[in-house]
Design a protein around this ligand. Sequence first.
Ligand SMILES: Cc1cc2nc3c(=O)[nH]c(=O)nc-3n(C[C@H](O)[C@H](O)[C@H](O)COP(=O)(O)OP(=O)(O)OC[C@H]3O[C@@H](n4cnc5c(N)ncnc54)[C@H](O)[C@@H]3O)c2cc1C
Length: 382
Amino acid sequence: MKKYLPSWHDDEVSALSELAAGFFEREVVAHNEKWDAQHRIDREVWLKAGELGLLCCSIPEEYGGGGGTFAHDLAVFEAQGYAGDLALGISVHSGIVPHYIAEYGTEEQKKTWLPGMATGEILTAIGMTEPGAGSDLKAIKTTAIRDGDDYIVNGSKTFITNGASADMIVLVVKTDPKAGAKGVSLLIVDLRDCQGFVVGRVLDKVGQHGADTSELSFTDVRVPVSNLLGDAEGQGFGQLMAQLVQERLIIGAQASGAMNRAVQETIAYTKSRQAFGHSLFEFQNTAFELAECQTIARTCEVFLDHCIQSHLRGELDPSEAAMVKYWLTEQQCAVIDRCVQLYGGYGYMREYLIARMYEDARVQKIYAGANEVMKGIIAKSL
Ligand SMILES: Cc1cc2nc3c(=O)[nH]c(=O)nc-3n(C[C@H](O)[C@H](O)[C@H](O)COP(=O)(O)OP(=O)(O)OC[C@H]3O[C@@H](n4cnc5c(N)ncnc54)[C@H](O)[C@@H]3O)c2cc1C
């Protein structure tokens, strides 16, 4: 079957996509047992990603980035989905955090952080979620109280991607604990030699075993006031809402890549395995299941294409961004589940890519805004 050529894939984006595909196969998938065992991917891999120009693709060149558009970043995340392994926290480090710095940072903050992020020498995380507050972000309890030229930060975060390995975190805090959403601010916290900062458990998850997903705590951590993102306190909630649109496209691109790979793998597998004197693919049920899965994957690609084009024109509606995150992740999980069924018992064995893709997919419906939250956003626009 002919591949769909999305309109956001110009020649340059397609070339980057191929480069990224090779990188994920060579550096991530090929060593997945090692990454799984240590719940972390070595810094060397990040440095290789930096060398290849796969990090901070849409950050201006003057700050060390690739100088491309967000389509360049998305090509990397789509390739990650297609590789069938979501363990490298590249979407957070390269697709999310640099955009907070580039969009809201001072010239000094941009020069301090972005070049090292683009090479992979500085690894980053974003800390929103807390043990008592996930979807309801304005209920966070971490505080940053002004004391002279510093903030004193106290609180804890959980489920933080790259948390145990990060050199820097964009931390969501309350600078005014009584002001609800208006008291939320974003602080850049340098985690290197950071007094009062402790990494808790590196969490054991259902999938994405190679990913570092960690608990973090902050006790009387001093952060210079100059590390605030934005020109005044209380802008954090708005900054988060504005950036979450891109995060939803990232998840959509990963989901689309993953669905296409799952279908391709399953076609190949069912054509190669024999039962009852013919290939599995020759069961009409198997062929029809794959026909349906391929149709779902294709329609998702077309909707993603529409949303990415809208975003590149600066016109993507937050409700459509919510649709792409909600719908594509639901389809990713459903398609991969159907593919596992067509494999039989081998589909449940982690030595097969499809089994690992099944594990990795589940959380896509939960993080970056639970799908129920996405439906709430869509419903509000009706
Ligand atoms: C592997 C992994 C990586 C993550 N990485 C990061 C990270 O890097 N940084 C970070 O800050 N966070 C991260 N998270 C946290 C993630 O964003 C949260 O888990 C998610 O936002 C949901 O929050 P919660 O887990 O507290 O669930 P809750 O907020 O307790 O929600 C539980 C469930 O309640 C329902 N629900 C909640 N709100 C609504 C609503 N408004 N309407 C209807 N139903 C609702 C949904 O079914 C939801 O799944 C990560 C999580 C995981 C699992």
